[in-house]
Design a protein around this ligand. Sequence first.
Ligand code: AMP
Length: 429
Amino acid sequence: MRLDNLQTGAMMEILCNERDGRIWATAITLIISLGAPYREVLTDLPARDSAFAALPVFRRGLFCFLSTFCEAEPLHGPASPLEENPMNRDEKIRLSLPSKGRMGEAALELLADCGLRVRKTNPRRYAASIPTLPGLSVLFQRPADIVVGVRDGSVDFGVTGMDLVAERRGANGSVLVVHDDLGFGCCRLALAVPEGWRDVETTADLASHAHALDRPLRVATKFPNLTGEFLRDHDVGSYDLVEAEGALEVAPTIGYADVICDLVSSGQTLRDNRLRPLEDGVVMRSRAVLIANRAALRTRPKALEVARLMLEYIEAHARAEEHLAVFANMRGESPEAIAARMFEQETLGGLQGPTISPVVGRDGEGWFAVHIVVRRKALFDAVAELRAIGGSGVVVSPVAYIFEEEPDRWRAMMERLDGGTDDENGVGR
Ligand code: AMP
């Protein structure tokens, strides 16, 4: 048996917070006997505010002791024959998140907001866990590599841009989009030309310009498949795709391309580099998505369970974000009479209907507390309508989750799971 990430994390908490020597001795014995990745435990400790971290000499001593008595094991790679055996692949579900940048931060923020906080035991390591989803390992990769990992099945789930999914998913249907809009990473893949090309405003203008050149039009891009397809569809004539990494916007200035096809969000980078997007040059609109390996979902019940839990949390949180809980006091003869008044209003119907209960008041009977969930956008209408029918003492609070019977995206995913064909907007593939 070997301690997994979660157990190792728990062990670390014990070591960090515990000052009782007997507990220490037990934790160390466990580390040794169960073969925990003790190096991770120890390398994490200095960052912690703990009595242990304050004793570097003792920590070094302990490290030497463990290094001597524990079987040397690599930090990465298979930890035991159990994990090496592909038959045991079901033991561990892997989710890959963007390793850095805006996407990386937004993915961690979304997961935390949804109650799926990622716990990085060591900021230097490219692995983590989500305590809400035991048995899931989190890895950090470049967004482009995430698509490849999910496609090949080396990871089961990934959060990345739809643009990269469309570019790199391949034709074998192994990448399934589980959630098609995580609410961040919105951008468009667009063709942009130098500002000085005054007569080139549309793709038709670009085609004329390209036809007049005595050489192919050079287009710098990180998306050769999507860009090539777009240029062919728009009959731009002969072109060369210049595949490049990093900031493409400098390509026309430096001279290694005539135009670019890249991701645009605010458009500021294009303007800074004296480039202008074509009016009809949007190759695709993109946003962050959750993808999964189709075979993993089909053959590994644990992967399906993780998909369900992630969708439950993400969907319930997204729904909750759009709503607020409203409480008010109201006079009335009975709950039914008050409900009848509320149903006559536009915004007071609640999800199913209002919850109405008697208030035990000091000034006699006839008061009821009403509780409804209203759409955030309709809050002020709801307050006005409550007042109009005798509501007072209106209290409004945020909602953490709204769980429906079954998440819509779960149902949609299950319907698509056994298919494998592409659809027009790329979601069902
Ligand atoms: P902006 O100046 O806001 O239009 O951002 C453009 C720069 O940010 C370009 O270098 C893009 O490659 C990059 N970028 C913008 N949006 C995204 C996104 N959603 N995912 C990855 N890169 C992006």
